[in-house]
Design a protein around this ligand. Structure first.
Ligand SMILES: Cc1cc2nc3c(=O)[nH]c(=O)nc-3n(C[C@H](O)[C@H](O)[C@H](O)COP(=O)(O)OP(=O)(O)OC[C@H]3O[C@@H](n4cnc5c(N)ncnc54)[C@H](O)[C@@H]3O)c2cc1C
Length: 459
């Protein structure tokens, strides 16, 4: 593993500890998991077993049944794999930074995986603070395993856009194709540490969780590494060679990997390695290959750069550029001919059939094509009484209905609609200099009716 993935947060080793503890929270997988690999290597150095802990909070910001179901489907797989590999899996209810604490006492060393959002950083900091106070000898390493190149390695500042990040990250990413194989743990002692649930009947578990049940699971997309891997293989064999045409929402040529990347159920590095393999085997080439790398490496990691350095990435007042705020201020009193409510949106009752179709994709499946995400958010800006209202509406719908919502990519994607990582365009009503998108563009560029027909099949 590239050493620069590791942040040695706290030196130490608890000599009386009886296991190496891996707190799995962001990277919910066994495959291509550098944090798990690191825990196993430490365990083998000291002939100790590995305990993998996951804490499930029923109050995860903006999460509902759709998200919990997808995540738990993945965790069920993880538990099976961890146990097959001779490690102990501990699943507890409660806020993870609290529910992990009873396991710290007997841990020789703690490995954590990194999460880039504010609350994820706070959870890890809390555990670090507690351990400094109560478990002085416990050593802690924090591992970045969800990005190809960790943000702070590639850049020490907020990047202006893909064009400034691209040259830096393309120079570096080869050094971070660093996952070979998962080492086997030598001490395969399964410890008697109780879990709060056995993760066998996920549907039953979700039904009794004290969570928001208003949004049901997706009938189309199911969680877990195995499903992610199957979908990606299908993408490679059936779609990848035409990926250069995937910007067209009427063609179903995207990989749907965002759903799995969000929960860390598959690693972006694994996707990249498999893409290179597909290229070597002639399954994807030229523009299609370059464009997928651009999305997975440059665009996705730009979003993580954004949430790292833009402190208020999820607040209207602090998410975009000064020129964008200026132009919005100049146009805040422009006449808005259409105004819609959330109820209108989620019952597909606007005057725009393309927007309604996009809302169907979102509400009924939990996913939306990237081009339609842009169009959809731009329309909400156009149909809102003011920009703050629009921002809050977009964020709320995005994070409620998308399986991949509440991601770095969510905040960066939404901010892009308000000018972030974009440039000023010709000034016009309501949008000012923000980029405008209209139905005519969809009709001109794509067979948009066939997108509408496909979405109308969902009930
Ligand atoms: C208003 C708006 C809201 C968005 N909300 C989210 C969100 O909640 N969660 C989320 O993950 N993404 C979001 N995006 C980014 C993007 O739309 C999705 O990542 C993409 O549609 C995922 O589909 P896919 O995996 O099939 O993409 P593919 O085309 O198969 O791309 C492969 C991977 O590349 C990355 N990628 C693709 N397009 C983009 C992009 N435009 N920006 C950054 N990375 C990209 C993703 O990780 C994706 O999984 C949003 C974009 C906009 C404009």
């Amino acid at each position: 593993m590239n050493e620069r993935r590791i942040n040695h947060l706290k030196p130490g080793f608890n000599e009386s500890g009886t296991y190496i503890l891996y707190w799995m929270q962001q990277s919910q997988r066994v495959h291509y998991n550098h944090a798990l690999l690191h825990a196993i290597e430490l365990a083998n150095q000291h002939d100790l077993p590995v305990v993998v802990f996951f804490g499930l909070t029923p109050t995860y910001p903006e999460a509902n049944e759709r998200h919990y179901l997808f995540m738990l489907e993945g965790l069920k797989d993880v538990k099976t794999w961890i146990e097959k590999l001779g490690m102990t899996f501990v699943f507890r209810f409660g806020s993870p930074e609290e529910s992990i604490q009873p396991l710290l006492q007997d841990a020789a060393f703690l490995v954590m995986d990194y999460g880039y959002l504010r609350h994820q950083k706070m959870w890890r900091k809390h555990v670090l603070d507690v351990s400094k106070e109560k478990y002085q000898t416990l050593g802690i390493d924090l591992i970045d395993t969800d990005l190809i190149v960790p943000v702070r390695v590639v850049s020490d500042k907020a990047e202006y856009g893909a064009y400034t990040l691209r040259p830096k990250i393309t120079k570096m990413f080869r050094d971070f194709r660093d996952f070979k194989t998962l080492t086997v743990v030598w001490n395969q002692k399964i410890l008697n540490i109780p879990s709060d649930h056995n993760l066998i009947d996920i549907k039953k578990l979700v039904n009794v969780l004290d969570i928001d049940h208003s949004v049901k699971g997706s009938p189309l997309y199911h969680g877990g590494y195995i499903e992610a891997s199957r979908l990606f293989s299908m993408f490679i064999s059936e779609k990848a060679s035409d990926y250069d045409l995937s910007n067209d929402p009427s063609k179903d040529l995207t990989s749907k990997m965002s759903l799995y990347l969000h929960f860390g159920q598959i690693s972006s590095l694994e996707l990249l390695d498999r893409l290179f393999l597909a290229q070597a085997q002639g399954q994807i080439k030229g523009e299609s290959f370059d464009q997928y790398v651009e999305q997975l490496l440059v665009r996705r990691e730009l979003a993580f750069n954004y949430v790292t350095y833009q402190k208020g990435y999820d607040q209207f007042e602090s998410m975009t550029e000064p020129w964008a705020y200026q132009t919005m201020t100049s146009h805040e009193h422009d006449f808005r001919p259409y105004l819609y409510t959330k109820e209108d949106y989620i019952s597909f009752k606007t005057h725009d059939p393309y927007f309604n179709a996009a809302m169907k994709e979102m509400v009924l499946t939990g996913y939306m094509h990237n081009y339609m995400r842009m169009y959809w958010a731009k329309k909400i800006i156009e149909w809102s009484p003011n920009y703050v209202y629009a921002y809050e509406m977009i964020k709320s719908l995005n994070n409620t209905y998308f399986i991949d919502g509440r991601d770095a990519n969510s905040y960066a994607g939404i901010a892009w609609c308000f000018g972030k990582h974009d440039r000023a365009w010709t000034e016009r009503d309501i949008f000012g200099k923000l980029r405008y998108m209209n139905a005519g563009g969809l009709e001109r560029k794509f067979d948009i009716q066939s997108y509408v027909s496909r979405m109308n099949e969902y009930r």
